[in-house]
Write a protein that binds this ligand. Structure first.
Ligand code: SF4
Length: 289
């Protein structure tokens, strides 16, 4: 994998599309993702974004945005004013939508850490931290401190209860490690959400959602149909993920499967279940979907 350092002019990107209803801005500490060759990378929606990949294979590059925190400090007031005028007065940040803030190289570059420090100085109204990695606990102290100054949610993706899926590479972070991270974050007082996204085949749905109910504050369930930015999941259908899912259980390819999982989750943790973009935005319960 090619790892490089880069300087950016902007770090607070004004959201468009689906993300508009979730937050006013997104922040990407890195461009590319070093989890791209792991299980989540197979169906990862970002690989279809040419602006990000510039034609490079997903998982083959990572650019560390070394001046991210400085740019945050230089632009936060302007972007806050923009959000106040254009996004209902709420300055909200989604970190991150096209990389993972806790790639292994974060221990070397510390870009996410420096951004969290900058946010501690000048906090957004809302911060959503989205990761596939248990390494989020490395920043538990900063996240805990941030949660007293802004409306913080930590989203940890756990898309299946299977530690391995035949035909797919290993998880970037094991299911058990991610559950452990979720529990620790919640115990530290940080609002923690498991995002089952994109929903894969679940071996024991009852047990899976019971574990989530015990470990997290809420759950978000999203399917690649609608979830990958197309109404019929056509981006994901171009990857090998559907073929693998079909060999396990063809039903998982349809939205009916998502709805069935939502019903099970609602039965176990009523009022704490979000679906699709409503869930990512924190709108929970059957009335939201
Ligand atoms: S961690 Fe997120 S951004 Fe990175 S490959 Fe997995 S799904 Fe894509």
């Amino acid at each position: 994998m090619e790892i490089s350092e880069t300087q950016v002019k902007n770090i607070l990107t004004r959201t468009t599309g689906f993300l508009e209803t979730v937050s006013s801005h997104s922040v990407q500490p890195y461009r590319g993702c070093s989890y791209g060759n792991s299980l989540c990378g197979v169906g990862c929606y970002v690989q279809h974004n040419f602006w990000v990949t510039k034609g490079r294979a997903w998982g083959s590059f990572l650019e560390a945005r070394t001046n991210a925190a400085d740019v945050y400090r230089a632009t936060v007031d302007r972007e806050r004013r923009w959000a106040e005028r254009n996004r209902g007065g709420v300055f909200g940040i989604y970190m991150s939508s096209s990389t993972d803030p806790f790639v292994p190289q974060e221990s070397r570059f510390g870009i996410t850490r420096s951004l969290l420090d900058a946010m501690l100085e000048q906090s957004p109204d809302v911060l959503i931290v989205q990761t596939h990695s248990h390494r989020v606990v490395d920043e538990m102290d900063r996240l805990s401190a941030l949660s007293s100054g802004c409306d913080l949610r930590v989203h940890v993706s756990i898309e299946t209860d299977r530690e391995s899926v035949m035909g797919l590479p290993r998880h970037a972070s094991s299911v058990s490690d991610r559950f452990e991270a979720v529990k620790r974050m919640k115990e530290s007082g940080v609002r923690t959400v498991v995002t089952v996204s994109p929903l894969l085949s679940i071996e024991d749905p009852q047990r899976f959602f019971e574990c989530i109910a015990e470990s997290a504050d809420s759950v978000v369930i999203d399917h690649f149909v609608e979830g990958d930015g197309t109404p019929d999941g056509r981006h994901t259908m171009r990857t090998r993920l559907p073929d693998v899912l079909r060999t396990i259980d063809a039903e998982t390819l349809s939205l009916d499967y998502r709805d069935r999982m939502v019903a099970i989750a609602e039965g176990i943790m009523p009022g704490r279940v979000g679906v699709h973009i409503d869930g990512f935005a924190g709108r929970l319960g059957p009335q939201a979907s």
